[in-house]
Design a protein around this ligand. Structure first.
Ligand code: NCD
Length: 311
């Protein structure tokens, strides 16, 4: 990998410089070529072990990390929250120390607590990759989103990205805002007032007063799921009212540039944050995001192991 120092951990976009992001996206594009071959496997991580600790539900991210590790010939094992001893009262640090005693090379973790991956990285010697920590960050999702935009638009700098939905509780929004603005895009966010953290401008995003204002002239339109599981109480009166006021439908999509692409990290609540015709339209790149996730995670695994080897 050229141009950027490899890092031992990937904990968030906050810690990645522009050059590191560009280098990871470059490397993901080489890995994507491998995924398009009939035999989708290279020996890069032969003899290495990747442990996946998923303490929150996941379909795309977990499968994608597991496939990425297998495509690189690593040995992989996974554990999810209901199967782990955390339900028996063991602390996260004790669980982590026990996992480390089995000598893995990388731990990929998703956890409901913001900062859990940082805690893990302080207590174990191997590499840690954050697969989503509470409402904080989801760096691999941001990188796959950036990769997908680059693939469809040929650049990130100068683009107008509209992100609509539950900004306050979305780790995807936080990581995307940091990543896209670091590479020179303008990110405009919209949604109900109850869905806004007080510091959104500090992250580098512009706040629109309506979904229409955010979508006007956008190159990329991204909708986010309402993170009900992270809200103490319902912050919108009903899904029907939310869809009417903020849902991305065909009429609203027409405000964006004619060649604007439509994105969603999944899982979609069809008819709430996005109408089914938008989710399935020719401009939707939602399934490309999923395909690209494997290539980006291959790049991340190779990157952290190169960083660990240098230590
Ligand atoms: C996101 C997550 O878990 O933060 N999903 C994902 O990783 N693809 C978004 C969400 O759950 O809404």
């Amino acid at each position: 990998m050229e141009g950027a120092e490899e890092m031992k951990h990937i904990l968030g976009m906050t810690h990645l410089a522009k050059e590191e992001i560009e280098s990871l996206l470059d490397s993901a594009s080489s890995f994507k070529e491998i995924l398009l071959r009939p035999i989708k496997k290279v020996p890069t991580l032969r003899g290495r072990t990747v442990v996946h600790l998923f303490f929150e539900p996941s379909t795309r991210t977990k499968l994608s990390f597991e496939l990425a590790a297998k495509r690189l010939s690593a040995d992989t094992v996974s554990i999810s929250s209901s199967m782990s001893s955390l339900v028996k009262g063991e602390t996260l640090v004790d669980t982590a120390r026990n996992v480390e005693a089995m000598k893995p090379d990388v731990v990929v973790m998703r956890h409901g607590h913001s900062g859990a991956c940082h805690l893990l990285a302080r207590h174990i010697g191997c590499s840690v990759i954050n697969a989503g920590d509470g409402i904080n960050e989801h760096p691999s999702q941001a990188l796959l989103d950036m990769f997908t935009v680059l693939e469809h638009k040929g650049r990130i700098e100068g683009l107008k990205i509209a992100i609509v939905g539950d900004i306050a509780h979305s780790r995807v929004a936080h990581s995307d805002i940091i990543g896209f603005t670091r590479l020179g895009a303008t990110v405009t966010v919209a949604g109900p007032g109850t869905f806004f953290p007080c510091c959104i401008e500090e992250l580098g995003a512009l706040r629109a007063t309506s979904v229409e204002e955010a979508l006007e002239g956008a190159d990329v339109v991204m909708a986010l799921r309402i993170q009900r599981e992270r809200q103490g109480r319902a912050l919108v009166p009903s899904f029907r009212e939310y869809a009417a006021a903020y849902g991305i439908n065909m009429e609203r999509l027409r405000l964006a540039k004619p060649d604007a692409i439509v994105m969603h990290p999944g899982p979609i609540n069809r008819g709430v944050e996005m109408s089914p015709d938008v989710a399935d339209c020719g401009r939707s790149v939602i399934l490309d995001q999923v395909t690209n996730g494997v290539a980006v995670r291959m790049a991340l695994l190779a990157h952290v192991l190169a960083g660990a080897d240098k230590e």
